[in-house]
Design a protein around this ligand. Sequence first.
Ligand code: GLU
Length: 467
Amino acid sequence: MSELRVRFAPSPTGYLHVGGARTALFNWLLAKKQGGTFILRIEDTDVERSTKESVDAILEGMKWLGLDWDEGPFYQSECFDLYKEYVQKLLDDGKAYRCYCSADELNAKRELAMQEGRKPKYDGTCRNRNDHPEGAPYVVRFAAPQGGEVAFDDLIKGRIAFPSEELDDLIIQRTDGTPTYNFCVVIDDASMRITTVIRGDDHVNNTPRQIQLYQALGFPVPQFAHVPMILGSDKARLSKRHGATSVIAYRDMGFLPEALINYLVRLGWSHGDDEIFSMDEMIQKFDINNVGRSASVFNTEKLLWLNAHYIKQGDTERLADLLLPHLSKREVTTLGGPDLMLVVNTLKERAQTLEEMADRAVFYYNAPQAYDEAALAKFEKEHLLAVFEAVAEKLSVTSAVDAAGFDLLFKELCTEKVWKMPQVGQPVRIALSGGTQAPGIGEIVQALGCQEAIRRIQAIRSFVAAR
Ligand code: GLU
């Protein structure tokens, strides 16, 4: 068997969609698994809709996800000469012809066909035409083989067959001389020696036309695997209406690339009941034949669950680096403040996203400007003042330096004063963070440092005393 060559061929008319990313991932995994080659091709023949920004956004998304390519990016817009050559070859071989039918004529024919209940299809007027009206505009049409059917064994969907009769004489070159989409795809896939085409199943209907072109040009026909769509919760095709669909939007919302990758691989593919896969495990276990035939529904809750898992397991130093842009967005500077690694360690067990982690990290760098009054009101003023005074005093003389040491200090204080832990824990948490949703107080004090903790306790003490 020849060496596997696969490609991801996005059209640069927008950002990298999660559906596209999943197609790229399936291609990438198969290439890695079989020691094959993964090619990136930018399908930018639609010059009106293709933009440089979109190319950049797609490359950025691929890089962020770690889907590195072995060849490319190749740009279709740079291959027009090649496409022209093959159009000429088909013309020379009598497998394509010039069609001079005007748009008006074609519209009239289409309408007539509809009225007579026939499928609108080019009637082949110019197929056997020998005159070449001087200077008249023309398109080039492929003379599609007639009779029988075009069939292929899709690696995901099984056998798919189309009666040839349903396939039009495809326009392969427009009046302005530019090649059309389906034609370029075939020339590229053939010249890049693609052995397996993995793409979204919105392209199933293009496949029989493309197969006819491969055959007419004498190219080997690749294998096809059409991946079912991703749907939103209402079972409609996933779109912006359902929330974010761009890979980079997920990065900006604080998702880790490995969480999104793990989520996407399971969207349509399964390996027993396994949910968590490292990249290596995915490469080992992925099998295109185990991709399901039906569409899958995008489930943000599950993605959050996976993200929380990867954050919890994540390397603290890396998480701290990744957290920085999210903190900057909140105008938080970590310079001169608590060690971000310590801060991350106090938050990674509980955060579902880096955005959430950043929200929870703010208090470490900006002392509370206000307190959760309702939570404070649960305690008597005298009790609060006594707690703050005792804690400040203990902290000012302690030799403890880590969370365990500070937790012990609070425990001893409770025993000494016959207080229950929450009677100390909650007021201190409010003093240090402003609210009650914060990590353990020992951890907070360790990250803030004793001096800053004392400063915050004194601040809340004055606040309570003045009420
Ligand atoms: N450019 C097409 C798209 O973005 C993909 C075509 C293909 O994979 O054959 O949907």
